[in-house]
Write a protein that binds this ligand. Structure first.
Ligand SMILES: Cc1ncc(COP(=O)(O)O)c(C=O)c1O
Length: 429
């Protein structure tokens, strides 16, 4: 057992006695963090920094899976939450903060004419699909990217255990950036597709005209077009990827960047479709919880007032510009590649140099964690990251890429691991 992560490992052992996997989120669990070389439990965060329960300090480039956009404990957001806390959290009646937050979303997000709130991104995507089905009177759905844990979506992936066959048969994946493939799916399900839902961008940029083409195809086939902007919303621009790429969907789902880590998500879009929410059942006790709504209002005001999205893109570009020469310097072009939008970029791992992608990724994690960087192949930038934070990441990448290159040329990456390598979980992007 490592001493660096001793408290994390003890806490994991304890948690696993009462909590399956010892975590609430797959991406925070030991399925993603190899045992022996990883921290598991956070003690606190501030700005771009996270401290684990062993007292190790990290510059965090994961940021609660992109839920934190401004940085941990953003003072403006925390002050708004503290103010609301004095008055209460949830009530017997609705609260005016709901309309205050909805109005800001309508102002900022191109497709948003009306808005409903959920807590997780999965609430929003499930709600969008249900109103699309109600609006069109159809059952089938076409999906591209990741859309959360609910039956309607996860049944279409390899992680479909527990999802009834009948539900699985209604959801069909289509490949991103391939209009003929989408057209073929729509043709084969003529008159049956309620919604086409996709992440407008994740790893790769859409080719010019792709999103417009998806919109045309959805319209031609009478399907509702849903952009799942759970990550890209309030990150690619104040109005999300739909604003950046200039293509307005019928509905959109927003979540992570909305309230700087407070649990809030959104279904928004065309009023004639959103009106179906008056009949469709999308209703839950915590739907109007006010701390998250206060956080969202403060976060959106900050986005409008300060150069938040510009800063995310600038810092992210600094990272990409600096990382590519390091991949080249260490001769790792065969196994490492960079992609994505600067505010949400990817370091991808491929098989090669005598190692599997998972072995190389595990060695990468082992070495960056030890050097005080929390990153596992994605970079979700926050407003709190400074140029010096990015320089530190690049200095660590220089060292770690050197370790990977050295291991590859010296008996293998596997031999350099102090743990079992990660195993494939399921791929959605
Ligand atoms: C694009 C996208 N949609 C939906 C979800 C589901 O959100 P949640 O995990 O909050 O339910 C996620 C979460 O990662 C996501 O990235």
């Amino acid at each position: 057992m490592s001493t660096r992560y001793a408290k994390s490992e003890a806490a994991l052992e304890r948690a696993r006695k009462t909590i399956p996997l010892g975590a609430q989120t797959f991406s925070k669990s030991l399925t993603q963090y190899p045992q022996g070389i990883s921290p598991y439990f956070a003690a606190r965060g501030k700005g771009s920094r996270l401290w684990d329960v062993d007292g190790n300090e990290y510059i965090d480039f994961i940021n609660a899976l992109a839920a934190v956009t401004l940085g941990y404990c953003d003072p403006d957001v925390d002050e708004a939450v503290a103010r609301q806390l004095k008055d209460g959290v949830v009530f017997t009646l609705s609260h005016q903060l709901e309309a205050e937050a909805a109005e800001r979303i309508v102002e900022m997000v191109p497709c948003a004419e009306m808005v409903r709130f959920g807590k997780n991104g999965s609430d929003a995507t499930a709600g969008a699909i249900r109103i699309s089905r109600a609006f069109t009177g159809r059952d089938h759905v076409l999906v591209s990217g990741y859309h959360g844990w609910q039956d309607w979506y996860i049944g279409s992936t390899a992680r479909n255990l527990g999802v009834p066959e009948a539900t699985r048969g209604l959801t069909h994946q289509f490949p991103f950036d391939d209009l003929p493939a989408l057209e073929a799916k729509l043709d084969s399900l003529k008159g049956q597709v309620a919604a086409v839902i996709l992440e407008p961008m994740n790893i790769r940029y859409p080719s010019p005209g792709y999103l417009e083409g998806v919109k045309d195809l959805a319209r031609k086939h009478g399907a509702v077009l849903v952009f799942d902007e759970t990550i890209t919303g309030f990150r690619f621009s104040n109005g999300g990827a739909q604003e950046l790429f200039g293509v307005t969907p019928d509905l959109t789902c927003l979540g992570k960047g909305l309230a700087n880590g407070y649990p809030l998500s959104v279904v928004a879009g065309r009023a004639d479709i959103m009106k179906y929410m008056e009949e469709v059942f999308f209703s839950f006790t915590m739907g109007g919880e006010t701390l998250s709504l206060a956080a969202a209002c403060a976060a959106m005001d900050k986005l409008k007032r300060e150069p938040v999205v510009q800063t995310l893109a600038e810092r992210g570009q600094q990272l990409l510009d600096g990382a590519q020469p390091l991949i080249d310097k260490h001769g790792l072009g065969e196994v490492l590649s960079l992609s994505g939008h600067p505010s949400w970029s990817f370091l991808s791992f491929a098989d090669g140099l005598g190692a599997t992608s998972f072995e190389t990724k595990t060695l990468f994690m082992q070495e960056v964690f030890e050097r005080g960087i929390l990153a596992y192949g994605t970079h979700t930038m926050t407003y709190a990251h400074t140029p010096a934070d990015v320089e530190r990441l690049l200095a660590v990448y220089d060292e770690v890429f050197g370790v990977i290159a050295g291991a590859a040329g010296n008996g293998g990456v596997r031999a350099a691991l102090r743990c079992e390598p990660l195993v494939p979980l399921f791929k959605v992007r």
